[in-house]
Structure formats: C-alpha cells, structure tokens
Design a protein around this ligand. Sequence first.
Ligand SMILES: *Cc1c(COP(=O)(O)O)cnc(C)c1O
Length: 386
Amino acid sequence: MSDKTMQPIKVPFLDLQAHHAPILEEVREAIDRVIQSSAFAGGPFVAAFEKDWAAFCGSRYAIGVGNGTDALWLSLLALGVGPGDEVITVPSTFMATAEAVSFCGARPVFVDIDPQTYTLDPSLLERAITPRTKAIIPVHLFGQMADMDPILEVARRHGIPVIEDACQAHGATYKGRKAGTFGIAGCFSFYPGKNLGAFGEAGAVVTDDAELAARIQSLRDHGQVRKYHHKYIGWNARMDGIQGAVLQIKLRRLAAANEARRTHARLYNELLSDLEEIVVPQEAPHRTHVYHVYAVRVPQRDRVLDALTRRGIGCGIHYPVPVHLQEAYHPLGLREGSFPVAEQCAREFLSLPMYPELRPEQIELVVRELRDCLAELKVKPHACAA
Ligand SMILES: *Cc1c(COP(=O)(O)O)cnc(C)c1O
C-alpha cells in the first residue's frame, strides 16, 4: 500500500465507551444518589470508595485526592520533602512523577531503567544517593512493578522512604502483594484511561502509616484538622463525590478487566513471537503485569507508527521524550546520553491497542497490519528480539 490516504479506524487505541456500556445504568443511579445528597466534594461516597480501595490493595488506609499528580505531590509534602532536597526517580515516566518533586521545591535525580522491565534499575540506585536524598520513587511503568526487593533493601540501608508511583499499576503484584503496599506510600491515578478510571479526574494514596495518612488527609483539605482550623499550609486536592461513587462501581470489575488485558497480551506476544523486528514486553518472575499499556520496541518507530495509523490502527508513544530531556528540565543540565536505556526505549516504544474489551480478531488484525508495515518499510531486525 503506497498511497498515503488515511483508512477509517479499524481498531481504536482505547475504547472507553465499550468499557462503560455494561455499567451505565448502575453509574447513572449512583450519580443520582450523589446529586440527591449534595455530597459533591469529599464526603461519604469518597469515604466508601477509600475503604474499598484500601481493601483491594491490602493496605490500611486510602486517601482520595484530586488526581495522581496530587497523590505524588502530597505524599512528598507529607514526608517533609522541600527545597534543597533530592528525590530519586526514573526518566521513563509521565512528566507528573518529576513534576511532583519539583512542586515541593526539591530536585528530581534520575536513575536509568532496566532494559527488560523498563522500571528503575536497582543496580544503579545506590550511586545516585546523596546526603540530600529524601525519597525514592520507583515507577511501575505500563502496569509492571519495579523490582521492589533490591530497591527497598538499598532504601532501608540508607533510611530513605520509598513512594511508589503506581499510577499505571492498579492491581499489579510483586511476590503476590499488590502495587502501592511496598513503600511508605503508594500513589494512584484514576484518570479515565487508566486501568481503573473515573468519570473525570481522581487519584488516591494508600499507606499503612496512620500518621502519614492523617497528614495527607489534612493536606488535601487546606491543612485543616477540623473545620477552619489549619494545622498545615495545604491545598485543595479533594476527590469529587461523583468520582467516589463511580469508582466504587468500576472497582468491582477491575480484577476481571486486568485478567482480560493479560489474556490479550499473551495473544499479542504469541502472534508477534516470530517477528525479528519487534521486542515484546516481558513479565518478570514473581510479578503480575496488568498491561495498562502494551508497548513493543521497534526500529524506525516513527515510520511504523505513521504507517499503522494510516491503516486505521490506533497506536501511541509512551513517552516520546524522556523526562530529563524535556524542555522544562533543561535547567538540570542533563544531556542526551545521560540515561542511554531510557533514551533508546523512548526512540523505540510503540504502544498497540490495549483495553479489556479488545477482541481476539482485533488483535489478529493489528498484528497483520503491523506485519505488513514492517515488510513495506523494510524494517531491520531488532538486536534484542528473541
Ligand atoms: C497518569 C500518571 C500520573 C499522573 O496522574 P494524573 O491523575 O494524570 O495526575 C503519574 N505518574 C504516572 C506514571 C502516570 O501514568
């Protein structure tokens, strides 16, 4: 196919309408109850969801907040991170992880990722620690948890708290335990496209630490400890009542939806296994990947993406520019070559359609079209392909 015409969408990248169709009635009734009670900001619907979310994760407390960025930012603030401090994270993440650090007045310090799991490489962690390091934020990228044992071991030895960025890892596990429960705090986003998504913006922090939970609860509500009594300078980062009500309903389907994603990933992996141009995602031992994103690696990624898009296959890039090379972080003075694995991955990552309602025929079609694109563009084999 050499003409550059655009074909109609054959397989969308995401299909939230299909995801919501079976629960619309239930959700409308729940929203009605919120309207009738006028509990729009925080309140009983948020409290009920917090209880369910803590139980799902296996943590003592969950604190609903405005979004995932708030969850990260308030966790750092609650730990006392501020100007002059450093916080270690990875460059292969959404901007929000580093932004939350900067918004505390602290400085993000990056550590490269492991080329198999695309998460923080524990062997590089210790050398990034300085006397100013106040927290470590591993990111469970694409739905697979970072290698928590060695990360926690280094952190413990240096007395540094770990905050998990679990914004892409709702229900993912490491040695049987859920994401968010390993560090002192686990941060979640319920942005609509996440594995558990609200009908708008929402997020949560989970923790077993009563003092930290109380502080985040207060910080999300202007530092109040009771109405109009402000112990801290906080912010307005409350969760909406409507989001609490919707999330409670959607949470009941999260485990099955994650299972469906895992089944789709297995089919993709199988159908792509003979392609020397493609590196498929690997599930590391003792981990359950929940495939928020199904990202492969491919040479000439931009051309492949363009060709696939023209053929009506929805795809994306997560993320085209690693955080240390973003314009906003030029003042850090980090150049190309600072984090070679993250940079190489950013050039090669290609995210294929992934959502629970995807059908096997659609996956087959995506792979067929991808196969044609690779042949048409004469893409070279990838050095890391099996
Ligand atoms: C989505 C996301 C966030 C931010 O969450 P918001 O709810 O959009 O603020 C943070 N970190 C990662 C890794 C994310 O994917």
